[in-house]
Design a protein around this ligand. Structure first.
Ligand code: ZN
Length: 103
């Protein structure tokens, strides 16, 4: 019996899965949200956010959401970054519900 996290990550990298942001195929993987609210979503030392906060992103789109993309002091851009990443996580979660991966 696989955990929710294992099912989500397997779904993200499943054959033919499209990037939720640009619709490309071939390099899609699950990427855990790492924005300003990550600790509210379960992130801790050695612990990732809740699997509902996973976006299916391709290699290129993932570059936009890597740790350190926005300076810690740049609050307005950090909020925008967070909102954008959350959006793609929510869209990925909706898709997983529609696929029956999450019920
Ligand atoms: Zn993409």
């Amino acid at each position: 019996m696989r955990t929710l996290s294992e099912r989500v990550m397997a779904d993200a990298r499943s054959e033919g899965n499209t990037c939720i942001r640009c619709q490309s195929t071939g390099s899609t993987c699950g990427r855990h949200y790492n924005g300003i609210r990550q600790h509210k979503y379960g992130k801790g030392r050695g612990i990732k956010c809740h699997p509902f906060l996973v976006a299916d992103l391709c290699f290129e789109c993932d570059k936009l959401f890597q740790e350190g993309t926005v300076a810690k002091a740049d609050l307005m851009n950090r909020v925008a970054y967070s909102e954008d990443f959350q959006h793609w996580c929510i869209m990925s979660t909706i898709r997983r519900v529609e696929r029956g991966v999450i019920s």
